[in-house]
Ligand binder design. Structure first.
Ligand SMILES: *Cc1c(COP(=O)(O)O)cnc(C)c1O
Length: 447
């Protein structure tokens, strides 16, 4: 039996796939494209806000913009009063240009460029300071009002992290903030952990609440903490994921490529999205005393979070046209009209595992299934969108479409380039209006 990893059933997505619109768009653009679904973003945002409300915790959601460049998502943030987490001047400009207010921005990233710091400060954004020398640069900014800052905490549980201030540096930073008077407003602390476990986030958040109390003794505002992102997305069922991991072996991949479980994103998470936030709020930091939610409420500390991937769950897919089909011993090689640069996971010695879906005009299901990997149209041997030999319901034909589902979180555009003078795939915004599926191009400002 060939390996399979189907995404969770999604009737709304099926409707789009069956509408005939994707074939029209592929024809219109003459190449690959991504579609994004801002309504799904709204639903995900509302779910995070509901979780905060349930726990009686005051909070604010910032969309981590690096997860997708589409303007459509930032436009939704602006319309819904959500914040945006930016880490470059370009991201800042995009957010402001699409209506996000300066005060709704949080600026993360290491050693931020002077231009980014200055414009963020002028716009009243919240700057997560990553080092003592960055704090000095913030203090040197010539701006007419106090610069709002958070101090980013080095995560002791992740000693390999290059981010944040350690204990001694935090002490020094707090003294510096206290002495800086009106030049800055020290609003609290932040962290961002890699991985998707909830208890380490609750533990560190608990410590930051204590740090807020300590900072207040120095006369600082310290009334909010940011727990960053890293709230998991659940792409597939536990059952499918388990059997995938136990069964996969090099024979399942083109060129006998081998992956270990730790090479892959955890495509199944029992607790994901807004439920992951609930789990953090309900957890007891260091497994003692009160829950994080209670500690936040009692200390009067607001909870900021910066989800990227989790806000984009189900909010878009990527569509490629089949440009060629050739047979190899025991399987085939499809070549599609784009490259693996439009499926970023392929660039991290990993693979985007959710099964791609074949859209064809023919009836499928009667003919023999067809096993094939999916290659890009570049001249690189390593340019595969899927190394795995996928079981397609029929032998694909030139002109059929291959849809990679649920790609809005990080897959679409972090690595795209006009390599080979291929045009960048278009981004199409799809929305249902009065029962009708409508499309438009995304409004991203060209760079
Ligand atoms: C990347 C990043 C995020 C978003 O992470 P997700 O895993 O997509 O939720 C949030 N905050 C910071 C500081 C980041 O670097």
């Amino acid at each position: 039996m060939a390996l399979t990893l189907p995404v969770h059933p999604d009737p709304g997505h099926d409707e789009i796939l069956n509408s005939g619109l994707l074939q029209e768009l592929s024809h219109a653009f003459g190449g690959p494209f991504h579609f994004v679904l801002p309504d799904r973003f709204d639903t995900n945002l509302a779910a995070f806000r509901d979780a905060l409300d349930e726990y009686g915790v005051e909070g604010k959601v910032y969309f981590a913009k690096k997860a997708n460049k589409a303007a459509a998502f930032v436009e939704r943030c602006a319309a819904r009063g959500a914040g945006v987490d930016v880490a470059s001047h370009g991201e800042l400009r995009e957010a402001l240009g699409h209506g996000v207010r300066g005060e709704d921005l949080v600026v993360t990233g290491p050693a931020k460029a002077e231009r980014l710091l200055r414009v963020a400060a002028l716009q009243g954004g919240l700057v997560a300071v990553d080092s003592l020398d960055e704090l000095e640069r913030v203090l040197l900014l010539e701006v007419p009002r106090p610069v709002r800052i958070l101090l980013r905490r080095f995560p002791p549980s992740q000693p390999k992290s290059r981010f944040g201030l350690d204990d001694d540096q935090l002490d020094a930073a707090l003294q510096r903030c206290a002495a800086a008077g009106e030049r800055i407003r020290m609003e609290g602390f932040s962290f961002h952990l890699s991985g998707y476990e909830m208890q380490p986030r609750a533990d560190l958040a608990g410590e930051l609440v204590e740090l807020c109390l300590k900072a207040r003794d120095l006369g600082l505002q310290a009334d909010r903490i940011s727990i960053g992102g890293g709230l998991a997305v659940d792409y597939t069922s536990a059952e499918h994921w388990q059997s995938f991991l136990t069964e996969q072996r090099p024979d399942d991949y083109h060129a006998q490529k081998s992956f270990t479980a730790s090479d892959f994103y955890p495509y199944h998470s029992p607790v994901a999205g807004a439920d992951a936030l609930r789990a953090v709020l309900a957890a007891h930091p260091h497994s003692t005393g009160d829950s994080l939610a209670v500690r936040l409420r009692e200390a009067g500390v607001m909870l900021l979070l910066e989800p990227g991937r989790a806000l984009l769950d189900g909010a878009g897919s990527s569509v490629f046209g089949v440009q060629g089909v050739k047979d190899r011993a025991g399987y085939g090689i499809l070549t599609v009209d784009g490259t693996s640069l439009s499926l970023s996971e392929q660039w991290f010695n990993s693979e985007y595992l959710p099964d791609p879906i074949l859209l064809t005009d023919r009836r499928t299901g009667d003919g023999p299934a067809y096993l094939a990997c999916v290659g890009g149209t570049s001249c690189l041997d390593s340019d595969l969108l899927t190394w795995r030999k996928i079981t397609f319901p029929a032998r694909p034909r030139v002109g059929d479409l291959i849809v990679y589902p649920n790609t809005a979180g990080y897959q679409m555009d972090s690595n795209e380039s006009p390599f080979h003078d291929l045009p960048l795939p278009a981004k199409v915004v799809l929305q249902r209006e009065s029962g009708r599926l409508r499309w438009r191009l995304d409004h991203r400002t060209a760079l």
